[in-house]
Design a binder for this molecule. Structure first.
Ligand SMILES: Nc1nc2c(c(=O)[nH]1)N[C@H]1C(S)=C(S)[C@@H](COP(=O)(O)OP(=O)(O)OC[C@H]3O[C@@H](n4cnc5c(N)ncnc54)[C@H](O)[C@@H]3O)O[C@H]1N2
Ligand code: MOO
Length: 438
């Protein structure tokens, strides 16, 4: 039996998966195994920042009678250009070089033709009989104005993102701009889910000896949020041969998560099957309630170049299974993905909480709870209906409160573990005064 802290530190201590190249759309959310450097100058060509006209060197103004814009034509003749008819139809149009005195229409993003001095915005330009005039006193005539220079964002070879960072959605887009199609990342652990239980049904009202499934619905989004990728989901009866075949099925995933069958009755198949497969048991039971039969094991890979397959056995009692996922599964997935664990979150107990149910039996209690804002930071309010076989308390909870064996007094600092699968409904953790994070 591992203590609560031993169990989670064993899970957190597992080495990261080997890095591999992944297409950018699959790499988002993964940790970069190497730094990203620009593969080219960004932008790789000088382009217009405005819709308007690429201006060559101007022709001194000759048309003083008909110039638009000019209020003081005699003393300040406005410059003008011959407007070329072949303007850009879109940002992809490549334009021939500008001769002296020429202007050509461009759009935002157009590569500016050779010979461009600046870009005049369309709203500051006037075209009359094939001659282009600029509004008076426009800054658009300053050399370089409204032109995005080559490499202004990055020169080829510049560092775009360092190794060790998680690739965000914006980071993936920046990598694409910097010329990448694939990047070297630590992949999300690939997960096979095996849901056991001859009594488990997936729809309708359960009859005698039947129970509605909780894991098939809730585990995939929880695992996705934890940073894993669920590859395949299987449902089997309490049948050791079927379980063994699925654990053995190739190609092996990084992590197999089973539900049910972790205890020691005749219907409980996981431990005998793992013994047959010579699995290395990393955590056999955890000194916590609920979830104490949770198990973590590893089957070495056939070719020894891979770290093998981890097996996480979640107890079948619904709340016990989700507690075990939070305590063992989440730190394991974070470690395999090469990520940093989240900052621990602490809140204050709202009132007295009893600890281990039986004297002499240590261990922690994990109690579904909500948080409210208090003067000194968030305050923990335990849910009702939080026995191992129940879901009702967890359905309303934001966190699991970790209650030590000796219990809690009102105001005691309480470790909180976020309940997975709430990213669509999460509001900021309530606090007034400084949030307490240890
Ligand atoms: N003699 C003992 N009995 C039990 C012990 C023990 O130490 N000695 N431990 C208890 C604890 S604690 C737990 S937790 C459970 C663990 O059970 P298993 O992991 O072996 O799970 P099952 O026996 O298959 O099922 C337990 C319970 O959960 C229900 N279940 C299973 N799968 C689902 C599902 N997908 N959706 C909803 N409910 C599910 C199942 O019907 C049972 O009611 O063992 C205790 N017993
Ligand atoms: O681990 Mo069991 O969940 O205490 O019922």
């Amino acid at each position: 039996m591992a203590s609560f802290d031993q169990a989670r530190s064993t899970a957190a201590a597992q080495p990261a998966l080997p890095a591999e190249p992944l297409p950018l759309h699959q790499a988002t959310g993964c940790v970069l195994a190497g730094a990203l450097h620009a593969q080219l100058d960004v932008p790789h060509a000088a382009t217009s920042a405005m819709d308007g006209w690429a201006l060559g060197t101007p022709t001194p103004a000759l048309h003083q009678q008909n110039q638009p814009h000019s209020h003081d034509r005699q003393s300040h003749p406005a410059p003008s250009w011959r407007a070329r008819p072949d303007g850009a139809g879109g940002p992809g149009t490549l334009l021939a070089p500008l001769a002296e005195g020429e202007a050509v229409g461009v759009v935002t993003g157009s590569p500016v033709p050779a010979g461009t001095v600046s870009v005049l915005r369309s709203e500051r330009a006037q075209l009359q009989d094939g001659t282009l005039y600029a509004a008076e006193q426009t800054p658009d005539l300053e050399p370089g104005r409204n032109i995005r220079p080559v490499a202004v964002e990055a020169a080829a070879g510049d560092l775009i993102l360092p190794a060790g960072e998680r690739l965000t959605a914006a980071g993936a887009a920046a990598a694409a701009v910097a010329g990448y199609d694939t990047v070297q990342v630590i992949p999300r652990p690939r997960v096979r889910l095996i849901l056991t239980g001859s009594e488990v049904i997936t729809s309708g009202l359960p009859g005698p000896g039947e129970v509605r499934d909780v894991f098939g619905l809730a585990l995939p989004p929880m695992l996705q949020e934890a940073g894993a990728q669920v590859e395949d989901v299987h449902r089997i009866q309490d049948d050791p041969a079927a379980l063994r075949a699925l654990i053995d099925q190739q190609p092996a995933p990084d992590l197999i998560i089973t539900t049910g069958g972790t205890a020691a009755s005749r219907a409980d198949t996981l431990r005998p099957v793992l013994a047959e497969l010579d699995a290395e048991i990393l955590v056999s039971h955890v000194d916590m309630r609920p979830g104490h039969p949770a198990l973590l094991a590893r089957i070495p890979g056939a070719d020894r170049t891979r770290p093998g397959t981890y097996i996480l056995g979640l107890p079948g009692n619904p709340l016990a299974g989700f507690a075990a996922l939070t305590v063992l599964g989440l730190p394991l997935i974070i470690a395999l993905g090469g990520r940093r664990p989240p900052e621990p979150l602490q809140a204050q107990a709202a009132g007295e909480v009893s600890g281990a149910p039986r004297r002499g039996r240590g261990g922690v209690r994990l109690v579904p709870a909500r948080l409210s804002a208090g003067v000194g930071g968030p305050v923990v309010h335990l849910s009702e209906h939080t026995q191992a076989h129940m879901m009702r308390g967890l359905a309303q909870a934001e966190i699991f409160a970790v209650v030590p064996a000796e219990g809690l007094a009102a105001g005691d600092p309480t470790e909180c573990l976020e309940v997975l699968g709430r990213s669509d409904v999460r509001s900021p953790m309530p606090h007034s005064g400084p949030p307490r994070r240890s």
